[in-house]
Each structure stands twice: as structure tokens, then as C-alpha cells.
Design a protein around this ligand. Structure first.
Ligand code: SF4
Length: 350
């Protein structure tokens, strides 16, 4: 069992992070925020996929002015992602966002006092989002490569700045596009402050490589108890980020949601279409919230063993297929009837 690092509790809209609260899955929209209809549609899709906090980019005033209409139509907390402009931050606060993310590498320090005062009054937390691609120039000091140490230096500097303004509702992230800098930066910062940490590998890549990279970095940190919210950044559909985030948390036993599937890789012994069945069952269970352990096994070598540990299992056994429920064989069906029989049992289980 993972022992979580004790962090300060921060409230974001209706949800709480840090302390003993669950590690939450975040994502970010890729619609134009000023297109309220498209943005709300995407957020609702992400909510359905399990997104628990949503961030939207606020590149202009029109986007900032759209935030109240977006927020009214969604259930999860809305985070405004602000770069370069105090004016956009102030407008986002006025429009009732649940949290601000500012990037200290490009945010005007002169606007911080007013923003901190307003956020404090309205109980809006702020994420100090350090990104290796936009670190403050004086910390970079002419070096080409940003180190984890530089990122931590920036984080500490900006945390202290906010603390001087008597603002403590902070969340911090230290994102780099590679595994080692990400891990090192979060590990170092977690020893220095107790603010909740939002984990992510920035610009992680496409669906496959980005998921693997994020799973290694985030998995390593979470396994050591570091991290209070996560985002898997993918060059792809945001819903896939949410799916990947949940999969990481489920693998580590930190959260439960929907299907946890064990399926064999298939081999010369395979007597059922494990690959086809896996795809169909994954689709079938994609939106289920109730936790259910499923095994899809090609033969009896490991099939009965995995079936015994699953809530529901489908196991090839020569010409027939075994359907198992709560560890026991409950039906023997023909191959062509296997999916239908499994689907029927799944419905009774949920
Ligand atoms: Fe092969 Fe059977 Fe193992 Fe599947 S469970 S990989 S079919 S031996």
C-alpha cells in the first residue's frame, strides 16, 4: 500500500486535494475557449470519461469573458490557464473560475499582489505551474539546458513571493518533457514544501509514447507517495489523457473506477479470439464507474487461476468457452455465444 506524502489541503470549487483526499485526474481542453458550445461539449465528454478537474487556456479577453458561461454548464471545477497577462487573470477571477494556473516564467510579477488579494477574498487557489520550456531567464542564466534544480529554484522563489503576499492556497507543478528531470524536480520540491503537487510530464508526446512516458514518471512519483493531482499530457484526444490517468491510478491501487482487465497475450494454445474479445469488452466497459475485475484468457493454462481472482472471466477451453463469475464457472457456451453470455453476466453484476 502506498503511503501518501502529507500535504496541505486545498479546495478547488467543490473538490479538495492534498491531505488524505484522493489523487484526482485532470485534463485540458483543446477547443477555442471563446467557443463556449464546443468547449462545454468537450468538457462534458471528459467528465464522462472521469475527468475531475478541467483546465482551459485563456489566451485572450474573449476567452476570459466566456468562463462564467462555461462554468455554469459543467459539474467539475474549472481552471483558467493564464500566461503573460494579469488582465486575463483578473477577468477570469471576475468570471468565477475555481482555480488559476499561472506560469511564473512569463507572468508579470507586478500584477501578483492584486491577483493574490482577489483570489484570497474569493477563495480561489492558484497553481504555480513551472514549465521547463518557459523558465525565468535569470534562473536559466544563459544555460541552454534547464535542470531540475533550476525548476525547483523557480518554484521556491514564487512560493515565497506568494507567501509574502500572505497567500497560501497554492498548488505547484514542475513539468519537463522527460522522465528523469520530472522525477528529480518533484522529489526535490516535495522535501522542501508541503503544498499539494500537480504531476505531469509536459509535452509528453503522442498517445502511445506519451502514455508510456507519463506512466513511468508519474507512476514512480505516486508510488513514493508524491502527487495530489495528475495530468497525462498527450498529443491526441483529451479523453485519452483521462483514460491513461485513471489507468495509472488503478494500477497503483490509488483509485478504483470501472473495469480492471487482465487478458493474456495469446499464443499457440489460444482457443478463443482473445484480442477481438478484449477490444469488445474494453469498449463495453469504457463508461462503467463501478469497479469490476475482468479476466479474458485464451486457454486453461492460466485461465482458471486468473478467472478465480476476477469478478467476471471469459476463458477458452478447447471447443467451448467458460464464463466465470466471482471465481466460479457459471456457464459453458459455444465460441460464437461467448461475448453475448459475458455481456449478460456483466449487466447482472453492475
Ligand atoms: Fe497462451 Fe493460454 Fe497463456 Fe493465453 S493463457 S498466453 S492462451 S498459455
Amino acid at each position: 500500500m502506498i503511503k501518501r506524502r502529507k500535504t496541505k489541503v486545498v479546495k478547488i470549487g467543490k473538490v479538495k486535494i492534498g491531505g488524505n483526499f484522493p489523487v484526482l485526474v485532470q485534463s485540458m481542453t483543446n477547443t477555442k475557449t471563446s467557443n463556449v458550445k464546443a468547449t462545454v461539449r468537450q468538457i462534458k465528454e471528459l467528465e464522462k470519461a472521469g475527468c475531475e478537474i478541467i483546465r482551459v487556456g485563456v489566451p485572450d479577453l474573449e476567452s476570459a469573458k466566456s468562463l462564467d458561461r462555461i462554468r455554469k454548464q459543467i459539474k467539475i471545477p474549472l481552471v483558467a490557464d493564464i500566461h503573460f497577462s494579469a488582465e486575463l487573470a483578473l477577468e477570469s477571477i471576475a468570471r468565477g473560475v475555481d482555480k488559476l494556473r499561472i506560469n511564473p516564467g512569463n507572468f508579470p510579477k507586478s500584477g501578483l499582489a492584486e491577483i493574490a488579494a482577489l483570489c484570497k477574498r474569493k477563495r480561489i487557489p492558484i497553481r504555480i505551474g513551472i514549465n521547463s520550456g518557459s523558465l525565468e531567464k535569470d534562473i536559466l542564466g544563459g544555460h541552454k539546458k534547464v535542470t531540475a534544480e533550476m525548476m525547483v529554484k523557480s518554484a521556491i522563489r514564487n512560493i515565497r513571493l506568494m507567501e509574502k503576499l500572505e497567500f497560501y492556497d497554492l498548488i505547484v507543478s514542475l513539468k519537463a518533457p522527460d522522465v528523469f528531470r520530472t522525477i528529480r524536480a518533484y522529489e526535490m520540491l516535495s522535501k522542501k514544501v508541503d503544498y499539494p503537487l500537480h504531476l505531469g510530464v509536459t509535452e509528453a508526446g503522442g498517445e502511445f509514447s506519451g502514455t508510456v512516458k507519463s506512466a513511468i514518471a508519474l507512476g514512480f512519483l505516486l508510488q513514493r507517495g508524491i502527487g495530489d493531482t495528475i495530468r497525462v499530457s498527450l498529443t491526441g484526444e483529451p479523453a485519452k489523457e483521462v483514460k491513461a490517468g485513471w489507468e495509472i491510478l488503478k494500477c497503483l491501487g490509488l483509485r478504483e473506477r470501472g473495469a480492471k482487465i487482465v487478458s493474456c497475450p495469446t499464443c499457440a494454445r489460444t482457443s478463443i479470439d482473445v484480442i477481438g474479445l478484449s477490444k469488445k469488452i474494453e469498449k463495453l466497459t469504457g463508461e462503467i464507474k463501478k469497479p469490476v475485475n475482468i479476466a479474458i484468457m485464451g486457454c486453461l493454462v492460466n485461465g482458471l487461476g486468473e478467472g478465480r481472482e476476477a469478478d467476471l472471466a471469459i476463458v477458452g477451453s478447447g471447443q467451448i468457452v467458460l464464463i466465470m463469475k466471482n471465481g466460479k464457472i457459471i456457464r459453458r457456451v459455444k465460441r460464437k455465444d461467448a461475448f453475448g453470455a459475458f455481456e449478460k453476466e456483466l449487466r447482472t453484476f453492475l
